[in-house]
Design a protein. Structure first.
Length: 448
């Protein structure tokens, strides 16, 4: 990166130097051209005056300067030329500068000489006797100018190159220095500092990403801990009925059970097996909901019918507990997974029956709201004290373990409810008074 910055600065410096050189040379060349033309004009006027007074003697006296001097007669015949034999020279009447001088008294032109590969400047002046004096000189080319300035240009260029090299390496080091000094693990330490103003958006992004990573890490750890606890709890819960089953079976196998006790023992084995089936069923449900209910069919469901079906399945359990279970309300459509909706209502009603008092009541109602469908499961049971209300949705959490065991609860019902509601984007409210009863209210997004 430092090399890249150095190269960029260096290239820019070189480009600026080259551009300035071209610009200055252009300006100087145009200035020198003007000076050269003005000088030729003055020299021509002087030569014309001298020739008018002293004729060719004056012109010869000038010697071979930087100019070529030609004296042309009215008819174009060359009378004198400082660099050639005038007798052999062709008629000059048609030359631009000569024609202009004959017409207006003064003429100027420039022509490219192929033989000399140079551009020649011409300036002509009419003498009082009607003849014309013409001076010509080679126009300085840019190359000539450059050669003339070669030494100062070289000195300036070397100095400028050395200076830009030094500046480029210093600047690139200065730019890179704070980046090298940066500790990527603590971007917050540099936010707001002057040396880091330009890369502040990057630092903010780094900080946000680090926070995100830390959050994800914490979530992962929490999930992994929940999984571990879940596995340990599930194994433990499965072990209890298995122990009971194998104990009863062993007694039966060893013939240690009276004939009259065989039936009740078989009944106990069936009950424990039922508990295991129920538990395994719950674990399967939870695992499925954990995966976001992938592959399960979503459809328009009538929540009232689902509530009635769940209540029908629980009527006998309600009767056993001498609890009155009723479903009221109106048909209301919800978009959801029928078996998950069923298990939500089932688990809420199951709890309302299990944790009720004799001759208690469970009222299920379904009602349409402006933008949602409301399901209420209210009971007149033992209630849940405030300290337990936030924890009852945890897996295997039971307020009163011995009571739950008595009624066959393993603490997975409300976890299934919580996950099911999350998948359906439903909101849950819990209102409970210990000793009086509990009301669970769920608001499902309306499908209409
Ligand atoms: N309606 C209620 N009234 C009083 N306590 C309740 C009620 N519903 C749940 N609870 C308390 O919350 C705990 C957790 O309920 P959850 O449904 O998750 O488990 P469970 O009913 O014990 O077992 P499972 O539903 O797996 O058979 C229960 O053990 C109980 O203590
Ligand atoms: Mg339950």
């Amino acid at each position: 990166m430092s090399k890249k910055i150095f190269n960029s600065i260096w290239i820019v410096a070189l480009a600026v130097l080259l551009a300035s050189l071209v610009f200055i040379m252009g300006m100087t060349y145009s200035y020198f051209s003007d000076v050269q033309e003005a000088q030729l004009r003055i020299e021509t006027e002087l030569a014309a005056k001298g020739a008018a007074m002293d004729g060719t003697d004056y012109l010869e006296g000038l010697g071979k300067k930087n100019y070529r001097i030609t004296w042309i007669d009215k008819d174009g015949t060359v009378l004198y030329d400082s660099q050639a034999d005038s007798a052999e020279m062709e008629n000059h009447l048609e030359r631009d500068e000569v024609r202009q001088a004959l017409e207006t008294g003064h003429g100027e032109s420039s022509r490219y000489s192929k033989t000399l590969s140079e551009e020649l400047l011409y300036c002509a002046e009419l003498l009082p006797d009607g003849t014309v004096i013409r001076l010509s000189s080679v126009r300085s080319t840019v190359l000539m100018l450059l050669l003339g300035f070669a030494q100062p240009i070289a000195i300036v260029a070397v100095l400028a190159l050395a200076l830009s090299f030094w500046l480029a390496s210093r600047l690139s080091k200065k730019i890179i220095e704070p980046i090298n000094a940066l500790d990527p693990d603590n971007p917050s330490d540099y936010i707001g500092k002057e040396a880091y103003t330009e890369i502040e958006p990057l630092l903010l992004k780094m900080r946000a990403q680090q926070n995100e990573i830390a959050k994800n890490q914490a979530e992962l750890e929490k999930t992994s801990q929940i999984r571990q606890e879940f596995t340990a709890n599930a194994s433990h819960e499965l072990k209890t009925p298995l122990h009971a089953i194998s104990g009863y079976a062993e007694l039966l196998e060893n013939g240690m059970v009276k004939q009259s006790d065989i039936r009740p023992f078989a009944g106990k084995i069936r009950l424990e097996a039922q508990r295991m089936t129920q538990l395994v069923g719950d674990i399967i449900d939870l695992t499925q909901l954990d995966g976001g209910a992938d592959g399960m069919q979503w459809e328009l469901c009538d929540l009232k019918s689902i509530a009635e079906n769940a209540a029908d399945s629980l009527q006998s359990a309600a009767a056993e507990n001498s609890v009155e279970l009723t479903v009221r309300g109106e048909s209301a459509s919800v978009r959801g997974i029928p078996q998950v909706l069923y298990s939500i209502v089932y688990n809420l009603c199951d709890n309302a029956i299990k944790y009720n008092r004799p001759d208690g009541k469970v009222s299920v109602s379904v009602a349409k709201e402006p933008s949602s469908v409301r399901l209420t499961v209210a009971d007149t049971g033992i209630g849940i004290s405030e300290e337990h209300q936030s924890r009852i949705f945890e897996r295997f959490y039971r307020v009163d373990k011995s009571r739950s065991k008595e009624v066959g609860g393993t603490g997975l019902g409300l976890s299934i409810v919580k996950h099911g509601l999350m998948i359906h984007r439903a909101r849950l409210e819990l209102d409970s008074v210990p000793g009086k009863g509990t009301t669970f209210t769920v608001h499902f997004p309306s499908a209409e």
